[in-house]
Design a protein around this ligand. Structure first.
Ligand SMILES: *[C@@H]1O[C@H](CO)[C@@H](O)[C@H](O)[C@H]1NC(C)=O
Ligand SMILES: *[C@@H]1O[C@H](CO)[C@@H](O)[C@H](O)[C@H]1NC(C)=O
Length: 364
């Protein structure tokens, strides 16, 4: 049975009040279930993964994650996944992806993948055809080509035009700090300025993403109970070339332990990867929290140090119970499971920083 989204949203709204300790019961449609970050165009991924499981008994949890994430790569969900999105300072699109097996804990990932569109499939090939977990940059491209993937330009008319407009507008916003010329008004090339480490430490709580950053992170529980998770993204727009975010990092972009549950994350990846929020959320499940409580605790740990962080964490346990938390924006996630005829999208109001959430005391 599914419940109207409005009711679900109200339940989560109550949960954001810290005096409301009792978690609402999240709708549990049964297995198999597919859960992923965001609604809108990202529900095409939910449907593709779910239908692959329902229509084909041979589809594994890993297959469903790959099918779901690659659907977003091909459709360029919100232009934040796949080719033609989030150009870096040099106007190049690069891809990050990771896939993880909740039974064996084996994972495969690529970061800064250049000129190959099928990032999650290349990540799967890393898992299947190497003993490694992560390949990067041009050498990940070479591995992809050796494995039969096509090398092609990841830029589109749109991504090139967007990047040229950014340059004409003085390269605003960007991710540079403590350089000259002043990165808040000028393009590079930049050279480093002397850095006062105390002042740097005081300013970190103000860190927040400079531009768009979104990700598909997906968790699947197969009808057999086996679990898998994965993430695919083209990273942050106008990033410093070479930047790798949270997406391909195990425990950050996503995480799964089939004995317990799985997690997918999105948001200010440069900050989130310092906290391994998905590892934290799954460990929270192991210690008895509900999915919603597990997600809220993971978000609160980041909010305490970074009150302005934008984050979204979705958590599923091995029974298919799901919940989420976010900060800095209204996060949404999609799920489809059991015999549901359509994907449901859940709206998650942001948690607010508490009075006490701020930079470490010794720095004030
Ligand atoms: C069913 O899934 C298996 C494993 O992914 C795949 O090899 C096969 O082609 C699929 N069959 C159909 C009819 O889609
Ligand atoms: C799903 O579809 C079936 C038949 O197609 C229908 O009987 C059932 O009422 C539908 N369920 C929901 C929740 O819409």
């Amino acid at each position: 049975m599914t419940r109207p989204t409005a009711v679900i949203a109200t339940g989560l709204l109550l949960l954001t009040n810290p005096t409301q300790a009792k978690p609402c019961s999240d709708p549990v449609p049964g297995l198999p279930i597919v859960v992923n970050t965001w609604g809108g165009p990202f529900t095409a991924a939910t449907d593709a993964a779910y239908l692959a499981l329902i229509n084909n008994d041979s589809t594994s949890a890993l297959d469903a994650v790959e099918i779901g994430c690659s659907t977003c790569e091909r459709r360029q969900c919100d232009t934040t996944v796949g080719f033609g999105g989030s150009p870096d300072e040099n106007c190049e699109t690069t891809l990050d992806a990771m896939i993880m097996d909740g039974t064996t804990m084996k994972s495969g990932a690529v970061a800064g993948l250049r000129r190959v569109r099928d990032a999650i499939a290349v990540a799967r090939a890393v898992m299947r055809h190497t003993r490694h977990s992560l390949l990067v940059g041009d050498l990940a491209t070479r591995f992809a080509v050796e494995n039969g993937f096509v090398e092609e330009d990841l830029s589109t008319e749109e991504s090139r035009a967007r990047c040229e407009a950014w340059k004409r507008a003085g390269c605003q916003a960007n991710y540079r700090i403590n350089v000259t010329p002043d990165p808040s008004v000028s393009c590079g090339p930049y050279t480093p300025l002397p850095v006062d480490d105390l002042r740097l430490a005081r300013s970190v709580a103000d860190d927040e993403g400079a531009a768009s950053h979104d990700t598909i992170s997906m968790v699947v529980v197969h009808a057999s109970g086996r679990m898998a998770a994965g993430t695919s993204t083209n990273g942050a727009s106008f990033k410093v070339p070479g930047r790798v975010g949270d997406g391909p990092i195990v425990g950050s972009g996503s995480y799964v332990d089939g004995d317990v549950g799985g997690c997918g994350a999105t948001g200010d990846g440069d900050i989130m990867m310092r906290f391994l929020p998905c590892y934290q959320a799954v460990e929270n499940l192991r210690r008895g929290m509900s999915p919603t409580e597990a997600a809220e605790d993971a978000v609160r740990r980041m909010l305490r140090k970074y009150p302005k962080i934008s984050s979204g964490i979705v958590v599923v346990n091995s029974k298919g119970e799901h919940g989420a938390a976010g900060s800095g924006w209204t996060f949404t996630y999609a799920y489809r499971g059991g015999r549901m005829n359509a994907t449901e999208v859940v709206t998650v109001p942001p948690l607010l920083p508490e009075e006490s959430d701020n930079v470490p005391r010794e720095l004030i």
